[in-house]
Design a protein around this ligand. Structure first.
Ligand code: NDP
Length: 334
C-alpha cells in the first residue's frame, strides 16, 4: 500500500534539459517527489554508475534521452522505500539496469527513483549496492556475453575481448580469465597492459595490431569473442573465429557499421550472437546476477573500480566518450 509518509518531500537529481537557446545542459536540481515517474517501487538510490550511454546522455549527444528534461543513469542500486505491488519489502537492496531507465524513464542519477516492480532484481545475498554498481550494466552485459558464448558451446581456448580496458571489456576479461579461458585483450591503450594482465589477460594486442581484414575469412584463431567495439574490429574478429566458435556482439565504441560476408557463418558455422542487456528477460537477469556474485566478488572488482560523485558527471561524460575511462566508475549519489 502507498504510504507517502515514508517518502521525503523532495529529492536531488542530475537533470538534463534544453535551455532557452535549445542547448542541452546538465545541472543538479532539487525536485518535488511528485515529479517521480510512474511505477510501483520507490527506491532510495545510493549508487549508480557511468556507462558509455550515460556519457552520451550527460554530454547532450543525441540518441539516448527520448525527452527533456530527464534524469540520466541507466542503472542504479539502493534500498526499497515502498512497493505498491507488495513484491519487495522496505529496506531490501535492489538493482535496476536497462528497460529504458535513464533513456525514456528517469534514471539513477538521483537520490530517489521509481520503477515498475518487474524491472527490479534483488541484490544477491552477501552483496551490497556499491558492489552492484561496480558491476553495473557493463559487468552485467559482460556476463550475458560469456553466458551466450557458453550456451553456444564455448568450453576452452583463446577468447578475444575488444575494447578491453573499458567497462564491459574489463569485466569480460576478469570473468573469462576466472572461468579458465586463455584471454587475449585488445586495447588502444597499451599503457594499460599491466592493468589488463592483472585482471587475467594472457595476451595483449594493440588496437592497431589487430589482424587486418584482407579476405572474407582469415586464419582461425578465436574460440570466442566478446566485442564492444563494432566496425572493422568486429569484422576482423568474426573472420578469424574458429570453426563453430561464436562472437558476442555487445557494442559500437568504434563504429556501428558491419561490412562482412556470410562465409564464416556458412563455411565455419561461426555464430554472431546479439547481446542486449536492456530487454534481457528477468529469469536470465537473475541467473546472471547470481553468477556475477560468485565470480566477480568485491575484491576482484576493486582494481577496476573508482568511485566518484554526482557533481563530477559532466566531466566524466567527456572522459568516457574520449575512451579515457578505465574499467568501472561507481557514482555515489548520496
Ligand atoms: P567504455 O567507454 O567503458 O569502453 C569502451 C572501450 O572501447 C574503450 O575503453 C576503448 O577500449 C574502446 N574504444 C573507445 N573508442 C574506440 C574507438 N574509436 N575505436 C576502437 N575502440 C574504441 O564503455 P562501456 O564498456 O560502457 O561500453 C562499451 C560498448 O558497449 C559501448 O558501445 C556501449 O554502448 C556498449 N554497451 C552495450 C550494452 C548492451 O546491452 N549491448 C550494454 C553496455 C554497453 P580500449 O581503451 O581498451 O581500446
Amino acid at each position: 500500500m502507498t504510504d507517502s509518509a515514508v517518502l521525503p518531500t523532495t529529492f536531488q537529481a542530475l537533470r538534463v534539459f534544453k535551455d532557452a537557446q535549445g542547448t542541452v545542459q546538465a545541472e543538479r536540481q532539487t525536485l518535488p517527489v511528485a515529479d517521480l515517474p510512474q511505477g510501483e517501487v520507490t527506491v532510495q538510490v545510493t549508487h549508480s554508475s557511468l556507462n558509455y550511454k550515460d556519457g552520451m546522455a550527460v554530454a547532450g549527444r543525441p540518441g539516448i534521452l527520448r525527452r527533456y528534461p530527464m534524469t540520466p543513469g541507466i542503472d542504479f542500486a539502493g534500498t526499497v522505500l515502498q512497493d505498491e505491488s507488495g513484491t519487495y519489502s522496505p529496506g531490501e537492496t535492489v538493482i535496476v539496469t536497462g528497460w529504458g531507465v535513464g533513456e525514456r524513464h528517469d534514471g539513477g542519477y538521483a537520490t530517489l527513483a521509481r520503477v515498475p516492480a518487474r524491472w527490479i532484481v534483488r541484490a544477491p545475498e552477501g552483496t551490497d549496492a556499491f558492489w552492484a554498481m561496480s558491476v553495473g550494466t557493463a559487468g552485467f552485459t559482460a556476463m550475458l556475453a560469456v553466458m551466450a558464448l557458453e550456451d553456444q558451446g564455448l568450453k576452452a581456448g583463446e577468447v578475444l575481448v575488444t575494447g578491453a580496458a573499458g567497462g564491459v571489456g574489463s569485466t569480460a576479461v576478469a570473468l573469462l580469465a576466472r572461468a579458465g579461458y586463455e584471454v587475449t585483450a585488445s586495447t588502444g591503450r597499451l599503457e594499460e597492459a599491466d592493468y589488463l594482465t592483472g585482471l587475467g589477460a594472457r595476451h595483449i594486442i594493440g588496437r592497431e595490431e589487430m589482424p587486418a581484414l584482407k579476405r572474407p575469412m582469415e586464419g582461425e584463431r578465436w574460440s570466442g569473442v566478446v566485442d564492444t567495439v563494432g566496425g572493422a574490429t568486429l569484422a576482423g574478429a568474426y573472420a578469424s573465429t574458429r570453426t563453430h566458435g561464436s562472437v558476442a556482439v555487445c557494442g559500437l565504441a568504434g563504429g556501428a557499421e558491419l561490412n562482412t560476408t556470410v562465409y564464416p557463418m556458412i563455411l565455419r558455422g561461426v555464430n554472431l550472437l546479439g547481446i542486449d542487456s536492456v530487454t534481457c528477460p528477468t529469469e536470465r537477469r537473475e541467473s546472471a546476477w547470481a553468477r556475477l556474485a560468485h565470480e566477480l566478488p568485491a575484491a576482484t572488482l576493486a582494481p577496476m573500480t573508482q568511485e566518484r560523485g554526482l557533481s563530477e558527471l559532466p566531466a566524466l561524460a567527456q572522459e568516457i566518450l574520449a575512451g579515457r575511462v578505465r574499467g568501472r566508475t561507481v557514482i555515489d549519489v548520496t
